[in-house]
Design a protein around this ligand. Structure first.
Ligand SMILES: C[S@@+](CC[C@H](N)C(=O)[O-])C[C@H]1O[C@@H](n2cnc3c(N)ncnc32)[C@H](O)[C@@H]1O
Length: 407
């Protein structure tokens, strides 16, 4: 359901993202001035415009003037992409999409850097000495994390301007609204809320996880809904990036969520945890940021860490299956080529079922499903209902691939 308002004369229909002022402000959320809010609103609306108004034009250009020029049928998405990039409408859409991302990052930096001292002090006060933050001073960042500014994010997830600085994750938190047009809900947790609901609905009342591990948890946007849905469970959020974890614990505490421990680690090698020690291993919008080399290691670790009867679920944008048109595949690949997501393309072409089986899960125990962000429908557009919001990569609706470990 799209958000509709009327202009002053009552005759102007507005069908765009909600106002930035609808975001949920927890205790360490950066302050935003009138001008900063206006900038985020502009970027959210621009992104919506690109996905709903310009994207259909790219699709039409492909059908009416790009594909007809080709003498033989396309066989791969790369052939489609190479023709798309020569088209002026694609170039326009692509350049603007990249520009909104670059602008979103700088907009968030202006917000967070001007209040860095106060934000850092607040977060340190909440986290220093708390045993639920386990940072490893000798930790070596995986290359896939520290060699790239993921989605054009200056310093990516791990960089600290000063020791213990959290302005990176504060930027991520404050600006994700602009990238998604508010599709993830007030606390950007619509994915996690949907996963918790999916698990309750599909795995039934008998599934009572005592220990849950979230891989590549980031600052915990999608972990806190699991913690809320299973308040008696111990939740462990692992991430390679120290600032994300520090900010994540502070954020969780100010939101009244106490059952999450944030641990620094490389999820390809989790020797700090014993075999068969988790009932549920979860990853949300994480796999696309892992390399071809590390993904099998992650799957093998997952299999090792699960208790018999336990489940693993990975929530991601859909794979490039044979059923997906090559145009859609090429458009989805945009993130790999123009948004600093180098692992995106390989991750989406592999056969995840096959990789799960190779990691030791039985074929018959694989789980497949789908989730769409669950948000407050009075304020936020629902990803499930609003199919127009498809922009090939950012829609708040995902596939679930997982498995139950044989008992
Ligand atoms: C796109 S974010 C996903 C965040 C989170 N799952 C969410 O739903 O908001 C990817 C996260 O994975 C982390 N990451 C990437 N590779 C990792 C690895 N090998 N071990 C641990 N964390 C990793 C990054 O630091 C980053 O915080």
């Amino acid at each position: 359901m799209a958000d509709t308002q009327h202009g002053p004369s009552g005759d102007i229909s507005y069908d765009g993202p909600p106002d930035y002022r609808a975001v949920g402000r927890h205790g360490v959320y950066p302050e935003t001035s009138h001008d900063e809010i206006a900038r985020f609103n502009f970027l959210a609306q621009m992104n919506r415009h690109l996905s709903t108004k310009l994207m259909p034009g790219v699709s039409e250009a492909f059908e009416t003037r790009i594909e007809p020029k080709r003498e033989t049928a396309y066989e791969t998405r790369h052939q489609v992409r190479k023709d798309l990039v020569k088209d002026p409408l694609f170039q326009w859409w692509s350049a603007l999409r990249r520009a909104t991302m670059e602008n979103r990052q700088q907009a968030g930096r202006w917000v967070t850097l001007r209040q860095a001292e106060a934000l850092n002090a607040k977060v340190h006060e909440l986290t220093d000495g708390d045993p639920r933050l386990k940072l490893d001073p000798d930790f070596t960042l995986p290359r896939g994390v520290c060699a790239i500014d993921h989605h054009c994010m200056p310093g990516s997830y791990h960089f600290e301007n000063t020791p213990g600085d959290i302005t990176g994750p504060a930027n991520y938190d404050a600006g994700i609204f602009a990238t998604t047009g508010g599709m993830l809900g007030r606390f950007n947790d619509g994915g996690g809320v949907a996963v918790a609901e999916w698990v309750k609905k599909n795995l039934g009342a008998d599934f009572k996880p005592k220990r849950i591990l979230d891989l590549g948890a980031g600052l915990g946007h999608n972990v806190l809904p699991l913690a809320e849905a299973f308040p008696n469970a111990e939740i462990i959020a692992v991430d390679a990036a120290g600032p994300m974890l520090r900010y994540g614990l502070a954020r969780a505490k100010t939101m009244g969520i106490e059952n999450v421990t944030f641990i620094q680690g490389d999820v390809a090698s989790l020797s700090q945890f014993e075999d068969e020690s988790f009932d549920w291993v979860q990853s949300t919008m994480f796999l696309h940021e892992t390399s071809y080399k590390t993904m099998p290691m992650i799957f093998a670790e997952t299999q090792r860490l699960l208790k018999p009867g336990g489940i693993v679920l990975h929530v991601e944008q859909p794979q490039y299956s044979q059923d997906m048109p090559l145009f859609e595949q090429a458009m989805r690949d945009w993130d790999a080529f123009y948004n600093n997501e180098p692992f995106w393309t390989k991750m989406h072409e592999i056969d995840l079922d096959d990789w799960m089986v190779k990691a030791g899960f039985a074929k018959d125990d694989l789980i497949h499903g789908g989730v769409a962000a669950i948000v407050d429908p009075d304020i936020f557009p629902s990803a499930a209902e609003d199919t127009e919001q498809e922009d090939y990569g950012r829609k708040a609706a995902w596939h679930v691939i997982g498995a139950r470990k044989s008992a």
